[in-house]
Design a protein around this ligand. Structure first.
Ligand code: FAD
Length: 426
């Protein structure tokens, strides 16, 4: 039976309350439960998953913003049943749109023959590709934690210092990393760059068969029935109790605020730093035929037009679309709020893939203003911020670690450990 079926009202002073059923809050609750601590997760919205949710639209699975699960995330390996998620894999490398056509940029570690072919294409010189290998070797050296102790600068500066040509940066790194950090300026810390590069190098890039939300559902299913209470927005947090929007007060021995960074700063009276946010628009289309033949990421390598990157999720995991149709996902960075993006996106898609795009059905556009906490130089010092905030008050979420699924899950585990530590010592 699902952990979500039976909402209960509980007022046990020995229980731990977790505010927020995103990946961090659920991870925290699972770790507490494994240690035998009674726990109640209060979630404002109508389902679990937070920023990793999936809607179903006419049989298509629409993740709320295109995102991928990297199997190299240590926390995903230790917490999740990756096999049960039935992960679909992206092909390594990318298709880069440049000079009016698509160029294949292969991953030299996994597709060696294609890599040799790709050195002849105009996405970057052979010298650039060798420098990329050097960057990758550096990112994979030493421990993961060690990356966050290295000297840091912006990712743009890091790539410049590595000697990469401006063409390689503009044609590959800016759209590729821009799509990951949701930051085309590449102001994100070089530590994040090294972290991400390492994760891409050491595992595969995947999406679950039934959408990103299945990660959260898998965690929620590990909790006893009634642990997660939906549509339970917390208005205020105090030592020993939380107050819900309904007016109900719920007592607790410890409270873990597992909301996004902005709500955490508010609920914890600015005891944690509120992050700046990146934004992204994600548009979904239904197409009779997939516009590309392989499960690969497509990047805008000339920077013209609104599209930063796109892919066909249904080629990566078939369950994303019903029947023989294809689902196309397009990410747009830097749009102006309130100004429609779809007409310009469709014009660019027609330019790239031809007039058949006119028949594509626009399913939905997600305009996400709070997507990832910005992680500029200095933000990741330390890269794992403390989870203990005040007497009996704790925090977790991607805003206190790397802005990623790894960061959310890891912060949840650390918060649970801090709660257990306090209870054992009190
Ligand atoms: C468009 C996009 C693309 C991304 N791409 C990737 C990617 O490719 N790879 C990757 O690793 N990561 C990616 N991420 C990041 C990843 O999704 C997040 O890091 C992670 O989901 C954050 O989890 P969280 O639990 O910290 O926060 P959230 O998911 O924000 O969860 C917080 C929860 O708290 C709830 N809440 C808020 N306020 C209250 C309140 N007052 N009372 C009760 N509940 C409350 C919210 O409803 C939410 O459910 C992406 C994110 C987005 C949005």
């Amino acid at each position: 039976m699902s952990a979500l079926i039976e909402p209960t009202t509980s007022n046990r002073t020995d229980q731990v309350i977790v505010v927020g059923a995103g990946l961090a809050g659920l991870a925290c609750a699972v770790h507490l439960h494994r240690r035998g601590l009674p726990c109640l997760v209060l979630e404002a919205s109508d389902d679990v998953g937070g920023r990793a949710r999936t809607d179903v639209e006419q049989g298509f699975l629409l993740d709320r913003g295109f995102q991928v699960l990297l199997t190299a995330y240590p926390e995903a390996q230790s917490m999740l049943d990756l096999r049960a998620l039935e992960l679909g894999q992206f092909s390594p490398g990318a298709l880069v749109r440049f000079d009016g056509r698509f160029h294949r940029l292969a991953d030299p570690f996994r597709q060696f023959s294609t890599a040799l072919r790709s050195v002849a294409n105009p996405v970057g010189s052979l010298a650039d590709k060798l420098r990329v290998l050097k960057l990758r070797r550096a990112a994979c050296a030493g421990s993961l934690e060690g990356i966050f102790l290295r000297p840091e600068c912006s990712t743009a500066e890091h790539l410049h210092r590595a000697g990469l040509s401006p063409a390689m940066v503009e044609r590959f790194f800016r759209p590729f990393l821009g799509g990951i950090f949701l930051d085309r300026d590449l102001a994100t810390s070089s530590r994040m760059f090294e972290f991400v590069f390492r994760m891409f190098s050491q595992g595969t890039v995947t999406i679950p068969a039934t959408g990103m939300q299945s990660v959260a559902r898998q965690l929620a299913a590990l909790l006893p029935d009634g642990t997660v209470r939906l549509s339970a927005e917390v208005l205020a947090v105090d030592a020993g109790e939380v107050v819900l929007a309904s007016g109900e007060a719920v007592a607790a021995s410890s409270i873990v605020v597992a909301t996004d960074g902005t709500n955490a700063a508010r609920l914890l009276n600015q005891r944690v730093e509120e992050p700046e946010w990146t934004a992204v628009d994600c548009l979904y289309y239904a197409a009779d035929r997939a516009p590309i033949e392989e499960p690969v990421l497509v990047l805008n390598g000339d920077g013209e037009g609104p599209i930063n990157n796109l892919c066909v999720p249904s080629q990566v995991a078939a369950g994303y679309s019903p029947g023989q149709q294809s689902l196309v996902s397009v990410s747009v960075l830097g749009s102006v709020p309130g100004v429609p993006v779809e007409p310009a996106v469709r014009r660019q898609l027609i330019d790239w893939f031809g007039s058949s795009v006119e028949q594509w059905k626009h399913l939905r556009t997600y305009r996400i203003r709070h997507a990832l906490p910005c992680q500029p130089v200095g933000w990741l010092q330390p890269y794992q911020r403390p989870t203990s905030v005040h007497e009996g008050l704790f925090v977790c979420g991607d805003h206190i670690e790397t802005a990623s699924i790894q960061g959310a899950l890891s912060s949840g585990r650390r918060a649970a450990a801090a709660v257990i530590d306090r209870l054992q010592n009190s």
